[in-house]
Design a protein around this ligand. Structure first.
Ligand code: NAP
Ligand code: MG
Length: 405
């Protein structure tokens, strides 16, 4: 069979530990035999980040900006223990943070669903994708522990020296706590555009909730910016695609999410997204079945798995044990990136390959062949537990059939 051709290079970011082992298995078994793979390769493995003074991460992020689509392996974010373990020159910053800063994007997390793993919420039939605004609010706030009686004020001084002051609270009988938060119009607008673009791509409705009734300036501004951008730039496109944008109070949205069938994108302010993404991913089953894509407001994409480098499995693998690490989210990072590259370059065969790789993976799981982490979650079937290699080989057999058909 002739291999599927590519034109524009895909930016490939290799990573660390167990996911680096899976990365090579996935490429060797599921991609290279079928695709004339054209990638620009960046090794974001921690030893190479250290050798290059982390320049390789910046280079990879800029390549992502230039070519538009990247696929990334999980990487170690160093802490003190890793500095010791890898004899690092510095405690390098999180690669994901660096890439996010360059692309100024929003992270979308979506669960991969299979028949035998039922969501904890009975009504959920389709995936719920969470989009978290990863900028500002409580994550960049300033706080004061108030020791006793006194006056708290909020003051803004503009460039010309004019001030606006609001009294927050008069502490009289005892002390308390104070917090100042901010966000920026352009960051909120970028967040909104990333969400609207993603919804159009996925052909799914977009929901957004904030507390605008209580927070008449702060949260109301989020609501207003979303609405202005929707009306001016996206309304017609949404109507043509048959999807909708829906805003409501955050508490109403939470109640509707639980009653829903799923199948939509839920845009969340920073804190809401932090909390709700953990709730939604747990309710759908497993972190190993969660994909993640960073989307910039000007339409650049970086695909990855939501989980980390699975260190505990790697240490067992180093001792020569076969591990049953789940490669599904990493396979879906590859399929998502190849499909997007195919769509952008008008290569129907490449886009179709992404679909077939996903179909072969789901078929393997639905046939009951799964890694150990899923066996305990599966209902209504008798699963066969396999190691990572056996699982990937089982997917390959099904992929070959789908490609031959
Ligand atoms: P983790 O790698 O996600 O693993 C935590 C645990 O979850 C594992 O020990 C394993 O449980 C289970 N698990 C996660 N993914 C799995 C998979 N694919 N298959 C089977 N089980 C899976 O999180 P971590 O141990 O907290 O972090 C390890 C390293 O990853 C850290 O250095 C961190 O900096 C990095 N990290 C990177 C990213 C990223 O690049 N996006 C994200 C998060 C963390 P059992 O051991 O019980 O089987
Ligand atoms: Mg969280």
């Amino acid at each position: 069979m002739e291999k599927i051709r590519m034109t524009t290079p895909l930016v490939e970011m290799d990573g660390d530990e167990m996911t680096r082992i899976l990365w090579k298995m996935i490429k060797d078994e599921l991609i290279l035999p079928f695709v004339e793979l054209n990638t620009e390769y960046y090794d974001l493995g921690l030893p190479h980040r250290d050798e290059t003074g982390d320049q390789v991460t910046m280079d990879a992020a800029l390549a992502n900006k230039k070519y538009g689509v990247a696929v990334k392996c999980a990487t170690i974010t160093p802490n003190a223990q890793r500095v010791e373990e890898y004899k690092l020159h510095e405690m390098w910053k999180s690669p994901n943070g660096t890439i996010r800063a360059v692309l100024d994007g929003t992270v979308f997390r979506a669960p991969i669903m299979i028949d035998s793993i039922k969501p904890a919420v009975r009504s959920w039939k389709k995936p719920i994708t969470i989009a978290r605004h990863a900028y500002g609010d409580v994550y960049k706030c300033s706080e004061i522990r108030v020791p006793g009686a006194g006056t708290a004020e909020l003051r803004f001084t503009d460039a010309a020296g004019n001030t606006t002051t609001r009294k927050i609270f008069e502490f009289t009988d005892c002390g308390g706590i104070l917090q100042g938060q901010y966000n920026k119009d352009d960051s909120i607008a970028n967040f909104a555009r990333s969400c609207f673009n993603y919804a159009l791509d996925a052909k799914q409705d977009l929901w957004f909730g904030a507390k605008d009734t209580i927070s008449k300036q702060y949260d109301h501004t989020f609501k207003d910016i979303f609405q202005e951008i929707y009306d001016a730039e996206y309304k017609a496109k949404f109507e043509a695609a048959g999807i909708s944008y829906f805003y409501s109070l955050i508490d109403d949205i939470v109640a509707r999410v639980i009653r829903s069938e799923g199948g939509f994108i839920w845009a969340c302010k920073n804190y809401d997204g932090d909390v709700m993404s953990d709730m939604v991913s747990t309710a759908f089953g497993s972190l190993a079945m969660m994909t993640s894509v960073l989307v910039s407001p000007d339409g650049k994409y970086e695909y990855e798995a939501a989980h980390g480098t699975v260190t505990r499995h790697y240490y067992r693998w180093l001792k020569g044990e076969a591990t049953s690490t789940n490669p599904v989210a990493t396979i879906f990072a590859w399929s998502g990136a190849l499909r997007k590259r195919g769509e952008l370059d008008g290569l129907a065969a490449l886009a179709a390959f992404g679909d077939k790789l996903e179909a072969a993976t789901l078929q393997t799981l639905n046939d009951g062949i799964m890694t150990k982490d899923l066996c305990g979650l599966a209902e209504g079937i008798t699963p066969t537990a396999v190691d990572s290699e056996g699982f990937i080989k089982a997917i390959r057999a099904r992929l070959e059939q789908l490609l031959a058909a």
